[in-house]
Design a protein around this ligand. Structure first.
Ligand SMILES: Cc1cc2nc3c(=O)[nH]c(=O)nc-3n(C[C@H](O)[C@H](O)[C@H](O)COP(=O)(O)OP(=O)(O)OC[C@H]3O[C@@H](n4cnc5c(N)ncnc54)[C@H](O)[C@@H]3O)c2cc1C
Length: 465
């Protein structure tokens, strides 16, 4: 049911007429995200200040209007699709870097600042913010925090949870809270910062963050390692992580995914290459050389075909570009892919890949994998034709078995993409009933009227009495 004019007027009074969109055509554009699902909101609000967000939450609470916070809608799980209509609160006008603080290696930002803008500003002081999703040019700090986003650097530098000092946020009761503090140590009270990070806008709306920055390494070397089979590449990953040097990136690409980028001239790939690792080592100039030598020894097993230094800026850029376009290349190749981002303990990667190979054979569903092997986090793509009912059923059944396999290997169903609507009915397979019950109770404390991103993240079926 559309919002009544008197409710729309309240939002206009709170944020200003220029900060609300009511036209269906304009609202339509805010109803999608990278999950390719869509639902049109009744209203879009574009606040400038935390106080306006507080007022919006209070109006939503008073009239029981669902409120979905949106950064730039790049998430892959439907987390910003307003499935119950209501209001989309877009943070795009809260895009100020408030303060940089090089001596304390931190930066305060509003939620709508793009990840790439943070990196550019931090670089002026020789610093960077470790979360580096491939979407960095068009995703926001608020979205990164709400999804606990990460990327290749997480293996050494961690995810948003390890790189955020303090948050300010508006809860579902309209209260403005502060979690964490300006220091890199602190144990006073519960760690609500880590709780809000990854909560997908279902507990509170983040209005400001103090990000923890790291110094840019003096030198970063890049190695391209090619293997005759998947097992050799993954054995190398396990070996590399068994010694005492931590790479700052350790990415895996399987044969199917390699085939999508094999023809790029810059790749210069031998046809016998069936799997590849991108390994990066950073640190002080004088230590990187020795560390690379050590890592190469562990990467160089009997299945290794080629170890190539790709540190030259042009080569490095092309290699990472090829890695970053994989997701989109797969979508072009197979528009109906099921894309999961599961994680297993690193030592279980060989078992995961051999299990996937056998599931793929049994179900006749091609499965392509690539991703952050150094964290045990792989993007698994099940390719199928949606118009073929038999194939679509087979893909769905195969997915159930993929999840069973991941959980049997002590893994988790998502490493960085989150739950949204795509995986909410699966999470009770991973999280025990008592723990899930506690999560529902926490949600009720933060958002007693269930107005913040309803129908996402936690399954409907859980009861917390
Ligand atoms: C090509 C491509 C590559 C990608 N690569 C990666 C990758 O390498 N690593 C990775 O982790 N992800 C990746 N992603 C996924 C996505 O970019 C990230 O999840 C990103 O953090 C989402 O940011 P956003 O601003 O688009 O947020 P949105 O998609 O707008 O929102 C995501 C979630 O955050 C919530 N939210 C947004 N802002 C706030 C706020 N201020 N307060 C509270 N909740 C909020 C929303 O309600 C929603 O639940 C990729 C996506 C694409 C399209």
């Amino acid at each position: 049911m559309p919002l009544e004019p008197q409710i729309i007027r309240r939002f206009a009074d709170a944020c200003g007429r220029q900060a609300i969109l009511t036209d269906q055509g304009e609202c339509w554009a805010y109803g999608y995200d990278n999950s390719r699902q869509h639902a049109c909101p009744d209203l879009v609000v574009l606040p400038h200040r935390p106080g306006q967000i507080q007022e919006c939450v209070q109006i939503c609470r008073q009239f029981s209007v669902p409120l979905t916070t949106r950064g730039r809608g790049t998430n892959t799980t439907g987390a910003t699709v307003p499935i119950h209509s209501g209001v989309i609160l877009s943070t795009e006008r809260m895009d100020r870097i408030i303060e940089t603080d090089p001596p304390n290696r931190s930066m305060r930002t509003e939620p709508g600042v793009l990840n790439s803008a943070v990196q550019e500003r931090a670089a002026e002081d020789g610093l960077f913010w470790p979360p580096d999703p491939s979407s960095s040019d068009f995703c926001t700090v608020g979205g990164n925090l709400a999804c606990n986003a990460a990327g290749p650097r997480a293996i050494k530098y961690g995810t948003c949870r390890e790189n955020t000092l303090e948050l300010r946020a508006v809860t579902g009761t309209g209260e403005l809270i502060r979690t964490g503090n300006a220091t890199t140590k602190g144990v006073v009270g519960f760690d609500l910062t880590r709780l809000l990070i990854g909560s997908e806008g279902s507990l509170a709306i983040i209005t400001e963050a103090r990000l923890k920055l790291s110094p840019v390494a003096e030198r970063t070397d890049t190695i391209r390692a090619s293997y005759q089979d998947t097992k050799s590449a993954l054995d190398a990953v396990v070996n590399i992580l068994s010694q005492n040097i931590t790479p700052c990136a350790l990415e895996f690409i399987d044969e199917g995914s390699l085939n999508l980028i094999r023809n790029q001239k810059s790749m210069d790939l031998d046809t016998s290459t069936k799997a590849m690792l991108i390994i990066e080592i950073d640190g002080l100039e004088e230590t990187v050389y020795a560390n690379v030598e050590a890592v190469l020894r562990f990467a160089n097993n009997t299945g290794c075909i080629d170890l190539r230094n790709a540190s030259e800026p042009r080569l490095k850029k092309e290699l990472w570009l090829a890695r970053k376009v994989l997701s989109q290349a797969l979508r072009t190749f197979a528009p109906n892919k099921i894309n999961e981002d599961v994680v297993v303990p690193v030592s279980q990667l060989p078992a995961l890949l051999s299990g996937l190979e056998s599931l793929s054979k049994k179900s006749s569903i091609p499965i392509f994998c690539f991703g952050h092997a150094g964290n045990g986090n792989l993007h698994i793509n099940l390719l199928y034709d949606k118009s073929n009912i038999e194939e679509a059923t087979s893909a769905r059944n195969c997915l159930v078995k993929v999840f069973d396999l991941v959980l049997s290997l002590n893994g988790t169903l998502s490493g960085e993409h989150g739950v949204g609507i795509a995986k909410r009915n699966w999470i009770s397979r991973e999280i025990e009933p008592g723990t899930l019950d506690l999560m529902v109770k926490i949600k009720r404390l933060f958002d007693p009227d269930n107005i913040l991103n309803p129908g996402k993240t936690l399954p409907d079926t859980v009861s917390a009495d």
